[in-house]
Design a protein around this ligand. Structure first.
Ligand code: MG
Ligand code: NI
Length: 474
């Protein structure tokens, strides 16, 4: 006799998904799964389009992280043209990318994740939300809004629009940064850096007061992946792939992103629209790896900027051999990255080349394939295009950041469900913990299902006879 619990849709994540939990006759968890339920198909839509159009088309995959797709796509286009960017173009791409990371990380921490940290995972759900945050600590909610606005303003400056930018093109950028715009950013960046440090303090204070929960919540072993620069530092825009196992041993190092298919394979499961990438050599599902903030910090040896690097060293002390496994530490890693990116923005706008006018290189060459890889806020993002002689897309392969974490999110759900659901006792607080586990990964379900959408929460509990025994809504 089994009982099935469905959490659908999951709240305070970006997009659509649901959770089903199957209980056995003792009321304990038999199986827990996180499903992506919307239909995919973006790769197919792209066929027949010119690669020149792709940075604009693929930005439409997602209203949450359009800049990530825009840039990965432009990078794939650079590879098709066989060009190297001018120094100014590369710095401008980095600038808009860092801005996207700051605004995305700020949104996630201050508005999506913080209700659970401030009010507690068992708090009244009518209070445990963004409105509750504003009512309780308006000054802190405003800091989150300001951090986001800073990132969005840079995206708007460079991309002409706040959501779907039109900034990068194969071979470079289509708009220079004016000295006035640069000075505008410069004028704000110190306050932004201070607010990032404030956010880190919010997390470390929470962590100090809830050390057992933070250290044990959705804690499991996996491998990790991220891009690193030539010195082994966390790198978001370019660099090489590194994979480490749960003991901190290097599985792969300095892998050219173009060779991603030599290390990653994808599995299809009939219960989710999102594929399950895994590390080839360890097989499926043993080759589960985690990406995003935790993945990046776990594989790296340092951060590129002084304040972030200082915090990075504290982070590394949390786990053996610098590998931090418990899922709530995603928040800590995310905030260290936000600080890293804010400091990077500061050095970019102090760079003498940033307002240069030499921002595009053309080429008559059309290579058959182009691969663009970047570290999106949620993790490694791959755009791979095959084109014909006129530059039309014959085939496209996208592996989105959230996809890379698919196995891990399922594992996190399963860990938390097994830990907290005993003897058929399922409270709202327990169901929320399952969502908290998913939210650590900040999944962009819009992206991974290649469709847009937000939703309220609905939890359905099915009895052994398959009939609905309880429905909960938030
Ligand atoms: Mg794909
Ligand atoms: Ni997205």
């Amino acid at each position: 006799m089994t009982k099935k619990i469905v959490i659908e849709p999951v709240t305070r994540v970006e997009g659509h998904g649901k959770v089903t939990i199957l209980l056995n006759d003792r009321g304990n968890v038999d199986q827990a799964r996180f499903h992506i339920t919307q239909v995919r198909g973006f790769e197919k839509f792209c066929e027949g389009r010119l690669f020149w159009e792709m940075p604009l088309i693929t930005a439409r995959i997602c209203g949450i992280c359009p800049v990530s797709h825009h840039l990965a796509s432009a990078k794939a286009g650079d590879a098709i043209l066989g060009v190297t960017l001018t120094p100014t173009a590369e710095k401008l791409r980095r600038l808009i990318h860092m801005a996207q990371l700051v605004q995305s990380h700020a949104l996630h921490f201050f508005h999506l994740a913080r209700p659970d940290l401030l009010f507690g995972m068992d708090a009244d759900p009518t209070k445990r939300n963004v409105m509750g945050l504003i009512a309780e600590k308006p000054d802190i909610a405003v800091k989150g809004v300001k951090l986001r606005a800073f990132g969005q303003k840079i995206i708007e400056m460079m991309g002409n629009k706040r959501v779907h930018p039109n900034a990068a093109i194969p071979g470079g950028m289509n708009r220079a940064l004016s000295p006035e715009q640069r000075d505008d950013i410069r004028g704000q960046v110190d306050e932004v850096i201070a607010d990032c440090q404030f956010a880190i303090k919010l997390f470390t204070d929470y962590s100090a007061q809830n050390s057992e929960v933070v250290a044990s919540f959705a804690d499991f072993t996996s491998s990790y992946m991220g891009l690193i620069d030539g010195k082994g530092n966390v790198e978001y825009y370019d660099g090489k792939l590194r994979l480490k196992d749960s003991n901190g041993s290097i599985l792969e190092d300095n892998v050219a992103p173009e060779s991603y298919l030599s290390i990653i394979e994808e599995m299809v499961e009939d219960w989710s629209y999102l594929k399950f990438p895994y590390y080839k050599k360890l097989g499926y599902p043993g080759g589960m790896y985690r990406v995003g903030p935790l993945g990046r910090l776990n594989v790296a040896d340092g951060c590129t900027t002084p304040l972030a690097n200082k915090e990075f060293k504290n982070y590394k002390k949390l786990g053996d051999n610098g590998i931090v496994q418990a899922s709530l530490y995603y928040h800590y890693a995310r905030l260290i990255e936000m600080l890293n990116c804010a400091e990077e923005i500061k050095s970019l706008v102090e760079d003498e080349f940033i307002c240069g006018k030499d921002i595009w290189v053309n080429s008559a060459q059309i290579n058959e394939e182009g691969i663009g890889v970047i570290e999106a806020p949620r993790g490694t993002l791959f755009h791979h295009y095959w084109v014909d002689g006129s530059g039309r897309i014959v085939k496209a392969n996208l592996i989105v950041a959230t996809g890379n974490n698919n196995l891990a999110m399922n594992r996190a759900v399963s860990e938390v469900a097994r830990e907290f659901i005993k003897g058929g006792n399922v409270t709202e607080g327990i169901l929320n913990r399952i969502e908290v586990a998913i939210r650590c990964y900040d999944p962009c379900l819009s992206c991974s299902s290649h469709a847009l959408g937000h939703m309220p929460l609905e939890v359905t509990i099915l009895g052994p006879d398959g009939n609905i025994s309880q429905v909960l809504r938030s």
